[in-house]
Write a new protein. Structure first.
Length: 294
């Protein structure tokens, strides 16, 4: 904080605002912006990996694997996102603690399930009560990434599954005629060509993922929406040197601008990526590029 902020009552309007915007809670708000960006940066590739695995499983000739892939897509897509966010945090946390309990406390002679309570030995708790605060926050962030990846991985699996089926059959038959194996056809022909068909759907999923980040508060992560609500609420002079009325409208307006700007930058990047992927492809966009270059 600035040196002249020691006595807020004697400050001018600009100085008061500068001091107010650099309080400890506002610093937490600024950090939460990077938390949201980090969540998006990590979750997107992880969810895409989940989706690719689900799509490959769904189109597998091995029946149990195909059933698993299709069930993963159908179940996650058929349940409201908020229900999965609430369920997975509890389920994953208890699953990890149960594994640690089995390893660290083999002599435990009491049931883990005691009515509505889930009780494991103290050594199996995640994170440990003696762990520093950053460990608790990192663990919560890890659960958030994994939960988002599982949910959005199912949607991306459906998009990729459809994109794989959209690749012209003639392309695959030509590869087979040249003597390529199924594995070579998959990795050299199908996968490179499917992205141009998948990108529109994946672009929509990216936008939905951006809009879903406010659900972080359900997972115990203090995100920008949480801090906007906390900081924008009426501040009583008894509890702060910077009292103010209900400013939530202005904080949420700033969030509106942030999300609109972020989605616009994403649209520009995705449009350029689509142009690059369409080059040389037997699609409408690819044909338009060929005609434009002729």
């Amino acid at each position: 904080m600035f040196a002249f902020c020691t006595d807020p009552e004697t400050l001018g309007n600009f100085q008061w605002l500068a001091c107010y915007m650099t309080t400890g809670k506002h610093m937490s708000l600024y950090v939460s912006v990077f938390v949201v960006l980090a969540l998006l940066g990590i979750t997107a590739p992880v969810a895409l990996a989940f989706g690719f695995g689900g799509a490959v499983a769904a189109r597998s000739r091995i029946a149990p694997l195909s059933w698993f892939g299709k069930a993963y897509i159908a179940i996650v897509r058929g349940v409201p996102d908020i229900a999965f966010f609430l369920f997975f945090v509890i389920a994953l946390d208890q699953f990890f603690e149960w594994i640690r309990h089995e390893v660290k406390c083999p002599g435990w002679d009491q049931p883990i399930r005691q009515g509505n309570d889930f009780i494991v030995c103290a050594q199996a708790k995640l994170p440990l009560s003696t762990s520093p605060q950053w460990v608790h926050e990192t663990y919560g962030f890890f659960l958030a990434v994994l939960t988002f990846a599982i949910v959005f991985g199912a949607f991306s699996a459906n998009v990729l599954f459809g994109a794989m089926r959209a690749v012209p059959r003639a392309q695959l038959e030509t590869a087979e005629a040249y003597g390529m194996s199924r594995r070579q056809t998959f990795w050299r022909i199908l996968v490179p060509q499917m992205w141009v068909y998948a990108l529109p759907g994946l672009s929509n999923l990216w936008m939905v993922l951006i809009k879903a980040t406010p659900l972080l508060f359900l997972l115990g992560v203090e995100d920008i929406v949480y801090w906007a609500r906390e900081l924008g609420g009426t501040a009583n002079p008894r509890f702060t040197d910077y009292p103010h009325g209900d400013w939530r409208m202005w904080y949420f307006l700033a969030l509106l601008v942030f999300y609109l700007a972020f989605t616009r930058v994403s649209e520009i990047f995705l449009e350029k990526l689509m142009v690059k992927l369409s080059h040389g492809q037997a699609t409408t966009a690819g044909e338009a590029q060929r005609k434009a270059g002729a």
